[in-house]
Design a protein around this ligand. Sequence first.
Ligand code: FNR
Length: 383
Amino acid sequence: VNDIYRRGMLDNETTDFPVSYEDLRNAAHAAMSDEGRAYVHGGAGSDETFERNQDFSPWRIVPRMLRGVESRDLSTEIAGVDFDVPIALTPLGVQSLLHEAAEIGTAKGAAEMDVPLVLSSLSTEPMEDVAEALGDTPKMFQFYWSSDDAIAKSFLDRAEAAGYDAIVVTVDAPILGWRERLIERGYYPFLEGEGVGNYFSDPEFRAQLEQPPEEDPSAAVEHFLDIFGDSSLTWEDLQFVHDNTDLPVLIKGVLDPRDARKAIQHGADGVGVSTHGGRQVDGSISAIEALPAVAEEVDGEVPITFDSGVRRASDAFKAIGLGADAVLLGRPYAYSLAVDGADGVETYLRNFVAEFDLTMGLSGCRNVDEITGDTLRHESELH
Ligand code: FNR
């Protein structure tokens, strides 16, 4: 933080890059195509959950003073993977819609700050190229089941071979949510063949086509739509993932503590509380509202990741106080990429980490373990 203020005060260095989330979102909305805007902004239905996700205000931080916070340790560990900061980038598909640098730009920005990235199955860029751009930065691969086992297995094999540290299985999107902005436009990125680069580069996927995707893209997209998603899945099917990878397996998309228990019973190495950014079940509980009960059920047996609605470092601090071990950023980095490619992602993360470090220090916490429920009060307890 000192460096950031110093650069402004002593070196007269200012940045054009928006500092507040609202300015960033507005700048990105101006920079993006109509389709890009509709794709990122869109929650499901009336946006009720999308909006509520962003309300962390019922929880208040109660800072403690004079606790010797000169050196602060932001590191944490998630399922055997070391994080320098308790922050990572959540999987967002089809980033070519945001900026031409797409997932490679995101990976480069994340690598500059050594912030872990969870790469979407729906990456425009092949997962191997993204892994290379990330270098030594921790990386996880988000797994969407295909109804075709051979393709699903091929994805798991590729992720392991490319050096990903864990598999993140998203369980809240076996069917796409009701996304009105996209339906109104009769548009989904897959239909254009965007966002399926990771599939088009898959040897098993290619082997199932009569012609390579380069020669007949519409047939390739059609095949993708045939095999994408599987609403018949049950918790028992998680065994398929364990059988086909030696990597830790984290679950993303749990809101009910009973599902957290199911995940653990079926061998999950981590549980992710998420509403998919309010893009799936409109009217659902928000992620931050769901977190305390899930944390109580999990009770430290496995790490908890959290996403949906995090915009500022105080949001992340509150989620960690309520039981998360790491917090994933979504739309803010999508907007950063849209505004300024890899540099945008790097700048946003530099600001976010600085703000997080500052919030920790000013609240009297020297390390992430000291961010507990004891640092928070719910508004219902204030009177
Ligand atoms: C997503 N999300 C998502 N999740 C996932 O597991 N695989 C994916 O491919 C995608 N793709 C995706 C695209 C876009 C444009 C958005 C906004 C979201 C959900 C994502 O990982 C995360 O749960 C939400 O983004 C969190 O909400 P906020 O904080 O971004 O509002």
